[in-house]
Design a binder for this molecule. Structure first.
Ligand code: SF4
Length: 675
């Protein structure tokens, strides 16, 4: 039996483990004791991250739709059909008729190839991926506040914090190993502040729990900052030396008195004051947040408001402090870093910058499109413009908001190509489905939530007739006459390092020796960056933004009196294609459910585990109710993992105007018992 060290394919914590491989099969997993983040631990998903690899449902051969039915075909026939339709679409409509959706499950090297394929072979900047539905506001908000859109600090620093503000994150379920690091900090005496409408595992040990009404984060944080300024708890030296925009920001806070904040957020003013005092006086203080902050029409403003709070108290650029987005998927950080985004090339280099474009044109030997492209959400808002969707490892019908609308867009498109491990909701709308290989069947790197580039190692040959996504893209590019040729994944990383200053010192040779490198790592002698913005911010000075509270797009009314919010549970990962095919994970939570507060349930005569209808202006689902005091009255909550009872047929397609993320966390809903 071989033991191959690799990186977990699920969440953005990036735990390392050994795959136990024998005769072309993965038989088990054991954690890596030396890894600085996971330290010999894994969550239940990590321990079971192998069963899906040899699941009988794996796609085995390419599939082509004929007269509404899928038929197996050869790779050559599938490629010929795709190439023919790419050429036809380009000739008929031009390059911007393509929409390419890359994958946060693919390696860095594959994401680099996919965005290069879109720009070089198809000629469009219409390339994006699922960061749009999770942390696009982090990239936009932290970039404008600090100059870099990634986590400021490292996960292994968390136990050194004296205070941790956990906001919009159910870390013990969505990022379990980070949940464990928060408990370690608590054991060492840190104060834990939780801001969440729900009682989660963190509320069991938090010192302050701010049970805010969904969509009122800015008002809550502005209220806390009002108190900090009023009581003189700000870090004046840091503000004077390291930041700009403070005067305008200070003015806007005047009206956010604790009384005003209480009226909007429904959090008692005494608790807001206590949270402000604890955060400002327990240094270093770290902020960790996730989709409860980003998935709003104010997602970017929410993130910049957290940046304001950290700067106000001087909690940036120091160990165990900072503003730290917990990235949802294994390589969503890396997919962004590699330029699988419509506005930037690898290393966040602006596609509209002439100097950047000339550099890439010289290296790649082609003319590149010069206007930024469409985001995922814009591709689905402009269905007539996208004639050809190329979707890799993303079940967009499952994961985009208002999924019926997304399905209708795919139906209208003239051609849809998909790569995936399993047949999923989106596959129903594809013309060609190509069977892809899993993380265990290929080489590459993933980048976790704290900018840590880590190796993914091939443990077995690709199962059945599957191929790694990068190989598929390289083969297609050759057939299109613009070959993207590389010897191996290491060769691709060398090109990334040559063209992207923040990765200038990254190579497989160094990764083999060091185990990981945290970017920015600009040259071969640079050790990588554990803590960002230490001497100065990436943009020079940190910028305060004066941000007002804005209500959510769709608030409760007489017809739809509840707020529906959505999220994850520990046993499943995103659309559940992998975890719902893992017996031990599926056993615990086999079906979708809705959480409802005990008082609301009594009023509506809804019993625990009884069937209820949840409806919004976009659709309705019949599922089981979970009656609990862990959620505030007037709010209901559903997980997003169940393809057979798709939560996203209910969510609203209202978007943050800056980052274009959907407002998954707030929409108006109705709940009725089903007889
Ligand atoms: Fe994998 Fe995330 Fe669990 Fe670690 S915490 S084992 S990365 S799913």
């Amino acid at each position: 039996m071989k033991n191959i060290l690799t990186t977990c394919p699920f969440c953005g914590v990036g735990c390392n483990f050994y795959l136990k491989a024998e005769r072309g099969r993965i038989l088990g997993i054991s954690p890596s004791r030396n890894h600085p983040v996971s330290r010999g631990r894994l969550c239940v998903k990590g321990w079971n991250a192998f069963e899906f690899i040899s699941h009988p449902d794996r796609l085995r051969n390419p599939l082509v739709k004929k007269k509404g039915k899928f038929k197996e075909t050869s790779w050559q026939a599938a490629y010929e059909l795709i190439v023919k339709n790419i050429k036809r679409t380009k000739a008929q409509y031009g390059p911007d008729a393509f929409g390419v959706i890359s994958s946060a499950r693919c390696t860095n090297e594959e994401n680099y190839l996919i965005q290069k394929f879109a720009r070089v072979c198809l000629g469009t900047n219409n390339v994006d991926h699922c960061a749009r539905t999770c942390h696009a506001p982090s990239v936009a908000g932290l970039t404008r506040s600090f100059g870099s859109g990634a986590a400021t600090n490292s996960i292994d620093e968390l136990p050194g914090a004296k205070c941790i503000l956990v906001i919009g994150s159910n870390a013990p379920e969505a990022h379990p190993i980070i949940g464990w690091r928060i408990i370690t900090a608590k054991d060492k005496g840190a104060k834990i502040i939780l801001a969440d409408p729900r009682g989660t595992c963190v509320s069991n040990y938090s010192d302050v729990h701010l049970k805010l009404f969904p969509g009122t984060d800015i008002c809550l944080l502005n209220g806390m900052m009002h108190v900090i300024l009023k009581e003189g708890l700000e870090d004046k030296g840091f503000i004077d030396e390291r930041t700009e925009g403070f005067d305008e920001f200070r003015k806007i806070l005047e009206k956010y008195t604790p009384e005003y904040a209480e009226r909007v957020t429904r959090v008692p003013k005494e608790i807001i004051i206590e949270a402000a005092r604890v955060y400002a006086t327990s240094k270093p203080a770290s902020i960790i947040y996730s989709l409860g902050i980003t998935q709003h029409i104010t997602g970017t403003d929410n993130v910049s408001t957290l940046a304001n709070l950290a700067m106000l108290t001087g909690n940036v650029g120091k160990r165990s402090s900072g503003v730290n987005p917990l990235r949802g998927q294994n390589n969503v950080q890396g997919a962004c870093d590699m330029g699988a985004l419509p506005n930037v090339l690898s290393g966040y280099q602006d596609v509209e910058d002439v100097w950047v474009r000339q550099k890439f044109e010289k290296a790649w030997g082609v003319k590149l499109p010069f206007k930024k492209g469409l985001t995922n959400s814009e591709m689905f808002q402009a269905p007539r413009r996208i004639k050809f969707f190329y979707i890799i490892g993303e079940d967009v019908v499952h994961s985009e908001p208002n999924s019926k609308h997304v399905a209708a867009c795919l139906e209208k498109a003239e051609f849809v190509v998909m790569h995936d491990l399993f047949f999923c909701k989106t596959a129903e709308y594809a013309d060609v489905i190509l069977p892809a290989s899993s993380f265990a069947e290929k080489d590459g790197t993933f980048t976790n939530a704290d900018r840590r580039i880590q190796r993914v190692r091939k443990a077995i040959k690709p199962c059945f007739e599957t191929k790694p996504d990068g190989q598929i893209i390289a083969e297609l590019s050759g057939l299109l006459g613009c070959p993207l040729k590389y010897k191996n994944a290491s060769d691709i990383m060398d090109e990334i390092a040559r063209l992207s200053p923040i990765f200038g010192g990254v190579s497989y040779e160094r990764l083999e020796t060091a185990g990981f490198l945290q970017w920015p790592c600009p040259d071969k002698n640079h050790p990588g960056t554990k803590i960002m913005h230490q001497e100065k911010f990436s943009r020079g000075k940190g910028k305060f933004f004066a941000i007002e509270h804005l209500p959510a797009q769709e608030l409760p009314d007489a017809e739809f009196p509840f707020i529906l919010s959505t999220g994850r549970i520990i046993f499943h990962y995103n659309s559940g294609t992998q975890t719902r095919r893992t017996a031990i994970l599926s056993r615990e939570f086999p079906e979708n459910f809705v959480q409802i507060n005990t008082e609301d349930a009594q009023r509506l005569k809804i019993k625990n585990k009884s069937k209820v209808s949840v409806s919004t202006r976009r659709g309705a689902l019949t599922i089981r109710a979970v009656v609990t005091d862990d959620i505030i009255p007037g709010v209901i909550w559903m997980p997003l993992h169940y393809a057979d009872k798709l939560t996203n047929i209910l969510t609203i397609d209202a978007f943050d105007p800056i980052s274009k993320i959907g407002e998954y966390k707030v929409c108006a809903a109705k709940l009725e018992p089903v007889k």
